[in-house]
Write a protein that binds this ligand. Structure first.
Ligand code: ADP
Ligand code: MG
Length: 323
C-alpha cells in the first residue's frame, strides 16, 4: 500500500502545482464559493487550501486518504459521463505519501470537525477539533521523503508560475467562485466570485476589459459558445491568453487553438496571439476527458464540426467590430 501510493504519487504529484491543482479541484467539486490558496517558497515549503464547501463527514476523513476512496463515481457507467473534476480517488493518498499533510474538515455548522495528520503515508493523528464548515488542507515539505524528486524542482519562481497558471485557469473556469492566491505574504490573485467573467479576466490580465473584450454568444444543435474575445490591439506575444473551458473544465486542445487563430488570421501579425476566453458547453458524450491523467488534454468526437463552428462564431463577432 505504501509503495503503491509512492508510485501513484509520481504520476499525480509531479510538482507543487500538481498538489494545488488537485486540492483546488476537490474544493470546486465540494461546491465551495470561496477558495483560498496560500503557498510558501513556490509551494515546496507550504501549500494550504481552504474552502467553504460541503466538507467531509468525520467518519470519512481518514478513508479519503485511502487509494480509490473517491466519493464521486457510483457506477462504472459514470466513467463515461464525468462531470465532476476528480474521479480517480488518487490525489489525497498520493499527496500524503510524499509530504506532511494536515486536514481539518467539517461537514456541518456545529463548529466541530475532524483533524487528520498524515506524514509520508503514515497516520499520526485522527481526532475531533473545532472547525467551521468546509475543508482546510495544509501540505508541508513536499517531497521531503523522496529526495530524488526534490532534486528535479526548478526555481521558486518557476514553481510559483505553474501554481499561478493553475489558479488563473480555475478562476476563469469558475467565475462564480472567489479565488485568492498568496505567496510568501503577497496577494497574487484575487478574483471576486459572483459570476462575472469579465471581472476575472481583469483580475488576471490587468487589461481594460470593458473596452477591449467583446462578448461572444453562439449556439448550434451540439455546441454553445459564450465568453469574451479580445480586440486585436490586446494581442499578446504568447498563447497564454487563449483559454478554452469545456463544460466548466479548463482544457487544452490544439485544434481549438488553431480554430481561434484562423478566425483572427487577417487581423493579427504573425507571432501575436489574441486574448480569448471561450466557454464551450456540449453533451458529455461529445468530449473525452479521460485522454490524459492530468486531465488537461481532451478529445472531441466531432472535431471538424466543433472547430468550424468556433472559427465562424469568432469571425462573425470580429466582423462586427469597428477596428
Ligand atoms: P477524488 O477527487 O478523485 O474523488 P481525492 O483523493 O482527490 O479523490 O479525494 C478523495 C475524497 O475526499 C473525495 O472523493 C471527496 O469525497 C473527499 N474530499 C477531498 N477534498 C475535499 C474537499 N475539499 N471538500 C470535500 N470533500 C473532499
Ligand atoms: Mg480529487
Amino acid at each position: 500500500e505504501h509503495i503503491a501510493n509512492q508510485i501513484a504519487a509520481g504520476e499525480v504529484v509531479e510538482r507543487p502545482a500538481s498538489v494545488v491543482k488537485e486540492l483546488v479541484e476537490n474544493a470546486v467539486d465540494a461546491g465551495a464559493t470561496n477558495i483560498e490558496v496560500t503557498v510558501e517558497e513556490g509551494g515546496l515549503e507550504l501549500i494550504r487550501v481552504t474552502d467553504n464547501g460541503a466538507g467531509i463527514a468525520p467518519e470519512d476523513c481518514e478513508t479519503a486518504f485511502y487509494r480509490h476512496a473517491t466519493s464521486k463515481i457510483t457506477s462504472g457507467r459514470d466513467l463515461f459521463q464525468i462531470r465532476s473534476l476528480g474521479f480517480r480517488g488518487e490525489a489525497l493518498p498520493s499527496i500524503a505519501a510524499v509530504a506532511k499533510v494536515k486536514l481539518v474538515s467539517s461537514s456541518d455548522d456545529t463548529g466541530l470537525g475532524r483533524q487528520i495528520v498524515i506524514e509520508g503515508g503514515t497516520l499520526k493523528e485522527n481526532g475531533e477539533t473545532a472547525a467551521p464548515q468546509g475543508t482546510d488542507i495544509t501540505v508541508r515539505e513536499l517531497f521531503y521523503n523522496t529526495p530524488a524528486r526534490l532534486k528535479y524542482m526548478k526555481t521558486i519562481q518557476t514553481e510559483l508560475g505553474h501554481i499561478s497558471d493553475c489558479l488563473y485557469r480555475q478562476a476563469l473556469a469558475h467565475p462564480n467562485i472567489a479565488f485568492t492566491l498568496r505567496h510568501n505574504g503577497n496577494t497574487l490573485l484575487q478574483s471576486p466570485g459572483g459570476g462575472d467573467l469579465l471581472q476575472v479576466i481583469a483580475a488576471i490580465y490587468g487589461v481594460n476589459t470593458s473596452k477591449g473584450m467583446v462578448p461572444i454568444e453562439a449556439e448550434d444543435l451540439d455546441y454553445r459558445i459564450t465568453g469574451y474575445i479580445g480586440r486585436p490591439d490586446l494581442a499578446r506575444s504568447n498563447r497564454g491568453g487563449m483559454s478554452t473551458i469545456v463544460n466548466g473544465r479548463y482544457i487544452r486542445n490544439q485544434g481549438l487553438h488553431q480554430a481561434i487563430l484562423r478566425a483572427y488570421h487577417t487581423l493579427l501579425p504573425i507571432n501575436r496571439y489574441p486574448l480569448v476566453v471561450l466557454m464551450l458547453d456540449m453533451h458529455p458524450s461529445l468530449v473525452d476527458v479521460n485522454v490524459h491523467p492530468a486531465k488537461l488534454e481532451v478529445r472531441f468526437s466531432k472535431e471538424p464540426e466543433l472547430n468550424g463552428f468556433v472559427e465562424s462564431s469568432i469571425r462573425s463577432v470580429l466582423n462586427g467590430l469597428v477596428l
